[in-house]
Design a protein. Structure first.
Length: 581
């Protein structure tokens, strides 16, 4: 067997399923495992193992097919960090538990009274009553104490909440991610150092593969490390990225990781030549180019009946969406009711100064109405509105285009939103746009404001971090796939994801795409200027009106790409790793 070690140093809040890099890792692993001759070992902190197992489930990989090396247990700081970051925790859990207990006790007492009242008078009846009375006498002090404790605890809950809020503020200060130096970094580095010690004890693995270039902790690994560099997009768009402190810090980590890497792998000649050789002056012999394999979504659908299997998957997904929506509405309604009850209590206490209070509230309300809605308010509103619309949306009878992507500056979503405005309001096309990016990033990067400004909130729909199966079904049912990126580390794999299930694509006219799409007639039909919303809009309209014709024309691209399998990619990776074993 040929041993291959893969080093994964993702942070405790990293999500792999539904992310492009996570799916690429999954396809590489499937390629390696299909060869039967490779023995795969994955080294990761214990905190990351569950997320990797989720990725395996999404990609139809059995966890028992690989060996895991992890640290011992999950540190306390990670549990606190996840608690601080968690958004699905019920802050009223104690209140809820008390209500459930009280409801059950009430139900038991009700049933007991009914049963006793139904008994016939006799010796055993009187004996039963006597035992109940004796128990009541002895248990009443305990019940009174429990009642007092429950009342005291209820009174203390607001104090506990204030203490917890203060603790979170302190935690935010120490665990902030964007600081140049923080306890988060020190804790994380210590855990990865412990992981490296575990790895160093396994002499059967002579070289490790690191699929990301942002983990400088590889310096603690005593074996050679070959690192994959998807891209260093900062060099192409410095003003777009490096003005952000977090991105500047990421670049620092990239440079340090490269320093400690024995060899580097890129997906394309462009990244090798323009990022590594030109900017960092890396020796040409120290960089290998290994392009992606052909990514087919047929693995997740029934290839004999793509449309029917897609419908089944999407029907199941929409049932889940409806449940999520109703749960979210109940949670919002509960919080609003709690807020109203609190306000009523405050109003009663301030009844003596009612007039002054009303004047003050009127002034505060006026100021509040003038305020810009907060990030949390915008996020909640967008999520609720999106889910509410999807609950009544019949995806099987509507036309839509899809852009499977996360929201990063180079993905160029603002140009696509402007193009959709032209398509819908100027050309009056009844078409939706589906995005798989997180709603949080749409709000934080100001794109929600743009969507509202263009009145597109019911034309742009969000399917956040969908599984590979759902993504395959969405691609199969789409009229067209669109990709407005202004930079990629390799040829956009959204093309093969769509084409493999019968859907054509339109793409940005960038150098990596033009290297593959060399036919002039095809280029004029499917490529657009990513900086020109009008051009994007025209290509969308053409693709929607001529989907079958465009799909047939794109067969020439499909033939160029389909011959490269992930088994080929796996062999290429092994050959590079074997040189440094």
């Amino acid at each position: 067997m040929k041993n291959i070690g893969i080093y994964l140093a993702y942070g405790p809040d990293q999500v792999l399923s539904g992310e492009g890099l996570g799916r690429l890792l999954g396809f590489l692993l499937k390629g390696l495992l299909s060869k039967k001759e490779y023995n795969i070992t994955i080294a990761c902190p214990e905190w990351g193992k569950s997320e990797i197992v989720k990725l395996f489930a999404d990609m139809n990989i059995r966890p028992d097919q690989v060996k895991f090396l992890t640290t011992k247990g999950i540190p306390l700081w990670v549990k606190l960090y996840r608690h601080k970051k968690g958004t699905d925790r019920d802050e009223n859990k104690i209140t809820y538990i008390f209500k459930v207990i009280a409801r059950n006790i009430s139900s038991l007492l009700h049933d007991l009274i009914v049963e006793i009242s139904s008994l016939r008078a006799g010796f055993f009846t009187y004996l039963f009553f006597f035992i109940i009375c004796v128990l009541a006498v002895f248990l009443s002090p305990i019940l009174i104490i429990i009642a007092f404790l429950a009342l005291a605890l209820k009174k203390m809950i607001p104090l506990f909440k204030r203490i917890a809020h203060l603790a979170v503020k302190v935690g935010n200060y120490f665990l902030k991610i964007n600081a140049d130096y923080s306890l988060y970094d020190e804790f994380r580095e210590r855990e990865l150092k412990a992981l490296a010690n575990v790895m160093n004890r396994h002499e059967d693995i002579k070289v490790w593969l690191s699929p990301l270039v942002t983990w400088p902790e590889i310096k603690y690994i005593k074996r050679n490390v070959v690192t994959v560099v998807p891209d260093i997009v900062f060099y192409d768009f410095p003003t777009m990225y490096l003005s952000d402190v977090g991105n500047a810090r990421t670049l620092k980590n990239i440079l340090e990781t490269i320093k400690y890497s024995k060899h580097l792998i890129t997906y394309s000649e462009y990244v090798k030549m323009n990022h590594l050789l030109k900017h960092l002056h890396i020796d040409d012999n120290n960089v290998s180019v290994i392009p992606h394999g052909y990514i087919s979504n047929l693995d997740f659908l029934d290839e004999h009946d793509i449309i029917k299997s897609s419908k089944v998957i999407l029907d199941q997904y929409f049932n889940k969406i409806r449940k999520d929506y109703f749960m979210m509405v109940e949670k919002v309604d509960y919080k609003e009711q709690e807020s109203e009850n609190r306000k009523e209590s405050e109003n009663r206490k301030e009844s003596e100064n009612r007039k002054e209070s009303e004047n003050r509230k009127e002034s505060e309300n006026r100021k509040e109405s003038e305020k810009e809605p907060s990030f949390a308010d915008k996020l909640l509103h967008l999520r609720l509105e999106n889910l509410q619309y999807l609950c009544s949306y019949d995806i099987n009878s509507c036309h839509y285009i899809i852009y499977p992507t996360q929201n990063r500056p180079n993905k160029n979503l603002s140009s696509l939103i402007k193009a959709m405005d032209i398509v819908i309001h100027k050309h009056e096309k009844d078409i939706k746009l589906i995005l798989t990016t997180s709603v949080d990033s749409i709000v934080s990067m100001g794109l929600y404001d743009l969507i509202l400004e263009k009145n597109l909130q019911h034309h742009i729909l969000f399917f956040e971090r969908v599984s590979s199966k759902v993504l395959a079904a969405l691609n199969a049912k789409a009229t067209c796939s669109v990709n407005t990126t202004i930079f990629e580390g390799g040829f956009p794999f959204s093309f093969s994801e769509a084409y493999s299930v019968g859907t054509p694509s339109i793409l940005s006219r960038i150098s990596l795409v033009e290297e593959v799409v060399t036919e002039k007639n095809l280029s004029e039909c499917m490529l657009f200027d990513p900086y020109n919303p009008e051009d994007i809009a025209q290509k969308i309209i053409y693709a929607v009106d001529n989907a079958d014709q465009l799909f047939d024309m794109e067969d020439v691209i499909h033939k160029k790409l389909v011959s490269r399998t992930w088994e080929d990619v796996a062999d290429d990776y092994f050959n590079v790793l074997n040189k440094y074993a």
